[in-house]
Ligand binder design. Structure first.
Ligand code: ATP
Ligand code: MG
Length: 595
């Protein structure tokens, strides 16, 4: 192991997991030290002609560009890029775009942006490890021919139904296809004619020749190439045969010199085929050893959301949400508009760890991570979300003075800002009660409270409209009680309310987002998951905000005191008038219903 790799390993955070243990053991044993890398993907001979691989390990994040990334992908991204970073390795961003249908450039762009937004980078020692699996079609085709030549693959001409019937079951062996013993020359001829476009979709298929009686169904002569007469977003009409995922993926890993190919548990049964295929190709001299190895970890299951692409697409297409970047969706583009932070996702990934057994993580774990990061980083501001007028009868009309408010209570270095104070203010409607309930320390006739960063006021009454609704509260202020002056401590008060000057407030919409689903496991049992949508997942209110918020830049994040964390919506802010989205409340309001 080189010194660079040793010191990188020493810096790795203490929180270990089984994959880190494997990587550390592999590095200690020098398992991958003999690999060569020509600076780009290639077959065994091409790689061997290159220099020793400067990357201690190579991992990859291989999204299929057929949708937007979600919170589950964030777990995989943090794991794969995190490992590379910790152990002096490279992590490739690979678009697994071998399936011609449903893939598009729109998704490619969004995925690139989301990975960058999470703070990761596919550059390593001056090389850009961003790849498209569809650029490997030529190699895949050649490897398929090589398998045929070595008697490891054959063209099957059964129809889909016959193939299904002959596959067998978990308890019953499969039956050999009548075409299984075709000779090499016939197989090659048919496969070349499949490529040349002579046959219709579904008439022939190339299969690996392994064992129709294997207890692992994935080894019963799996399909490796099929005919599909459709154009591909990258290769256009160059191909009318496309490799199956289980054939393509191991080859992609091998061409890219991947050492640790990490995937979710449902691929565990595919690992024997992964190894079978790469070993056949290495035996034939097409790939160099050591070969990549597949490891499986438990996917993220998160309560109160759905993390299936199919369901996310349904939510968007049927307009249950406003789009892929709707702040209620568990997509990374949605999270960004919601005000979630990359640091919060990293903290979450570290906290939930990596294991081999499936489990559910409660949404509150993710929300707590966001709270923790934002509590530390977000400046404080004042927002009155349900405004009620407060009139200070003994304060001169038309006059104002400035009060100082700290930007962060634990960080004096974050400085202070000034807020104008005057005769008419906005306060929260819930901060006044004509008849105070027990333990109510806020405004009611005769009571004294502090207007935070301002003065102590005494409530003297309220105005009501014809329906008896309170429309303004009246107070008198104590001129010698200003926060930060010697007189401030003269008055003992229990209430400490936030406010904003009515003459200066920035009146704006605020979107109060909540969880998109009202139950922990949407669609559990046979229920339609759409029936579990939370009817109150967004409420748009008209709020009165402290004037400085008008200058907020897109994606500026704040704690609105006593309310929660909010972000200036990127899209609206670009129009010049920031609208704020609630990221998360200060405390978990779901805890009581979650269990
Ligand atoms: P589909 O297979 O329906 O297209 P997918 O979510 O598996 O959806 P991919 O684009 O194949 O989408 O995923 C890219 C990578 O992200 C894969 O390596 C996959 O293992 C990982 N991944 C996907 N979902 C999760 C999840 N919930 N938790 C952890 N990793 C995930
Ligand atoms: Mg997938």
């Amino acid at each position: 192991m080189s010194d660079a790799h040793k010191s990188a390993a020493a810096e790795a955070p203490a929180a270990s997991n089984f994959i880190r243990n494997i990587v550390e053991a592999d590095l200690a044993a020098g398992k991958y030290a003999s690999r060569h890398w020509r600076g780009q993907p290639g077959d065994g001979k091409q790689q061997q002609a290159g220099a020793p691989d400067p990357a201690g390990i190579r991992t990859r994040f291989p999204p299929e560009p057929n949708g937007y990334l979600h919170f589950g992908h964030a777990k995989s991204i943090c794991l794969n890029f995190g490992l590379a970073k910790a152990y002096g390795g490279a992590c490739h961003l690979r678009f697994d775009d071998t399936n011609p249908e449903k893939e598009s450039e729109e998704y490619v762009r969004a995925i690139i942006e989301s990975v960058q937004w999470l703070g990761f980078d596919w550059h390593f020692e001056g090389q850009t490890n961003l790849y498209y699996a569809s650029n490997y079609f030529e190699w895949m085709y050649r490897f398929a021919e090589a398998l045929i030549e070595d008697g490891h693959a054959y063209v099957d001409s059964q129809n889909a139904e016959e193939m299904r019937a002959n596959r067998g079951t978990l308890t019953e062996a499969g039956k050999d296809s009548p075409f299984r013993n075709r000779g090499v020359a016939e197989n090659l001829d048919l496969f070349r004619r499949m490529k040349a476009g002579e046959f219709a979709d579904g008439t022939h298929i190339l299969r690996a020749k392994i064992d129709m009686a294997s207890p692992n169904i994935n080894l019963r002569d799996p399909a490796i190439y099929r005919i599909r007469h459709v154009s591909h977003h990258n290769t256009g009409d160059a191909w009318c045969i496309y490799p199956m995922y289980t054939f393509a993926h191991p080859i992609e890993d091998a061409l890219e010199n991947i050492t640790h190919s990490i995937c979710t548990l449902e691929f565990e049964d595919q690992r024997p085929f992964y190894d079978w295929l790469l070993n056949r190709l290495a035996d034939a001299g097409h790939l160099a050893r050591p070969l990549p190895q597949q490891y499986e970890f438990a996917r993220l299951n998160l309560s109160y959301v759905v993390l299936s692409k199919r369901k996310l697409i349904q939510l968007v297409e049927e307009k249950h949400v406003a789009g892929w970047d709707d702040p209620r969706l568990p997509t990374l583009v949605g999270a960004r508009r919601r005000g979630y932070t990359a640091a919060g996702f990293q903290l979450f990934a570290d906290r939930i760890g990596v294991s081999k057994s499936d489990s559910w993580i409660d949404m509150s774990v993710l929300e707590d991570c966001m709270r923790e990061v934002l509590n530390e980083s977000a400046e404080r501001r004042i927002a009155v979300l349900d405004p009620l007028k407060l009139v200070i009868d003994n304060y001169p009309e038309g006059e104002f003075e400035l009060c100082e408010a700290p930007n962060h209570p634990q960080k004096p270095e974050a400085g202070k800002r000034e807020m104008p104070f005057g005769r008419e203010l906005w306060i929260e409607r819930e901060d006044y009660a004509e008849v105070p309930p027990k333990g109510f320390f806020r405004l009611f006739p005769g009571n004294l409270v502090r207007l935070r960063y301002g003065f102590v006021v005494k409530c003297i009454g309220a105005d009501k409209d014809a329906d008896g609704k309170v429309i303004a509260v009246h107070c008198e202020y104590m001129p010698d009680s200003k926060s930060g002056t010697p007189g401030a401590d003269t008055y003992k008060v229990k209430g400490n309310l936030h406010w904003v000057s009515a003459a200066h407030a920035y009146a704006s919409d605020v979107r109060l987002y909540d969880r998109l689903f009202a139950v922990p496991n949407p669609g559990a049992g046979d229920r339609d998951f759409l029936q579990d949508i939370n009817p109150d997942s967004v409420r748009v209110i008209h709020a009165q905000l402290e004037p400085s918020l008008k200058e907020a830049r897109p994606e500026d994040r704040f704690q609105f005191e006593r309310h929660g964390y909010f972000v200036a919506d990127r899209l609206d802010s670009e129009q010049g008038a920031p609208v704020f989205n609630r990221t998360v409340t200060l405390r978990d309001s779901w805890a009581k219903t979650a269990k």
